[in-house]
Design a protein around this ligand. Structure first.
Ligand SMILES: Nc1nc2c(ncn2[C@@H]2O[C@H](COP(=O)(O)OP(=O)(O)O)[C@@H](O)[C@H]2O)c(=O)[nH]1
Ligand SMILES: [Mg+2]
Length: 317
């Protein structure tokens, strides 16, 4: 079914799942009219609690999110899950696996689940997923989970746009060290040591405690708690949900929370600008760009003057 812009705006506002899904696809594909619709929907967004869940592949993120989503639903919240696959949405077992493991949640109805790729068009690395959050927020979802593998910058960027960030670690993978490497430590609001049924959970707990004790926390700062869980059994997930609610409450009453919201919007503006300019300057001019590359190769031109020329030509529009 084809939706006009007006229909999309109206139906998404009413929380119509098919319209939501359609609009996410349009924006993922970079269809220009999606931008107009998103622009209209913006004023309706801003009330969702966005929860980023990150950690190594196989850490148990999907299993965990499955439980957490149902708990929020039991609390009367409207819940959505975005599973961000670092590769293509068509390429792999990972997404299919997620779909299968998530069926329990999906069959519940009313929990929206969507797998997405991080790699978009030129400059649009994570824009699709940010748009999806924006759309779900405007559609009235109270809780939006973003599950992502904490490997590349794009994934870290996505989690950075969450209100609450859960970092999932597991025993026996040298994971605490990995976490620091990926710069994940600074963005964690809550640490989860999953697979606590395995040996070594206490060791990870201790390592983390030592690491966190090295940070300077002010009196009113949020100190990231460390929780243990066994996602397959749902153990520890109630406490986690409680902590997330606590963090949300803390954010809503703190300057840090306000500052974080500002930063998210600022980042969004910067990203959209980058994307728009790249598209105008490079994307729409591929033939010209290739010709200029050749001229640089022959040293008839240089990249500096080429950039000047391209930018000026694009600005004439
Ligand atoms: N032993 C054990 N296995 C778990 C636990 N949580 C998840 N798993 C298993 O770990 C595997 C990967 O889980 P998944 O949720 O797909 O991880 P993700 O890649 O981080 O999303 C699956 O086979 C799960 O059943 C746990 O707490 N204990
Ligand atoms: Mg997963």
């Amino acid at each position: 079914m084809k939706f006009s812009n007006e229909e999309l705006i109206e139906r998404v506002s009413q929380g119509d799942m098919r319209a939501v899904s359609r609009l996410i696809t349009l924006s993922e594909n970079g269809v220009p009219r999606a931008r107009e619709v998103l622009s209209e929907l913006y004023k309706q967004s801003g009330s969702a609690h966005v929860i980023g869940v990150t950690g190594s592949p196989g850490a148990g993120k999907s299993t965990l999110v499955d439980h957490l989503a149902r708990q929020w639903k039991a609390r009367g919240k409207k819940v959505a899950i975005l599973a961000i696959d670092p590769t293509s949405p068509f390429s792999g077992g990972a997404v299919l696996g997620d779909r299968i493991r998530m069926t329990k949640t999906a069959e519940d109805g009313e929990i929206f689940i969507r797998s997405m790729a991080t790699r978009g068009a030129l400059g649009g690395l994570s824009r699709g997923s940010l748009d999806a959050v924006h759309i779900l927020d405007a559609a009235g979802f109270d809780i939006i989970f973003i599950e992502t593998v904490g490997v590349g910058q794009a994934e870290v960027d996505i989690v950075r746009t969450a209100d609450t960030c859960l970092v999932v670690l597991v025993p026996g993978m040298g994971d605490s060290v990995q976490a620091i490497k990926a710069g994940i430590l600074e963005i964690a609001d809550i640490f989860v040591i999953n697979k606590a049924d395995r040996d070594g959970a206490d060791l990870v707990h201790k390592d983390l405690r030592v690491l966190l004790s090295l940070s300077d926390y002010e009196e009113n700062d949020w100190k990231p708690p460390i929780l243990k869980a066994i996602a397959t059994k749902g153990d520890g997930t109630e406490e986690l949900t409680e902590k997330m609610a606590e963090h949300q409450l803390w954010l809503s009453g703190s300057e840090v929370g306000k500052e974080r919201k500002r930063k998210i919007i600022e980042d969004r503006i910067v990203k959209l600008t980058t994307e728009l300019l790249l598209q105008r300057v490079i994307g729409d001019n591929q033939d010209k760009v290739q010709q200029l590359v050749d001229e640089c190769l022959d040293r008839k031109r240089d990249p500096f003057s080429v950039v000047e020329q391209l930018v000026q030509a694009a600005m004439k529009f």
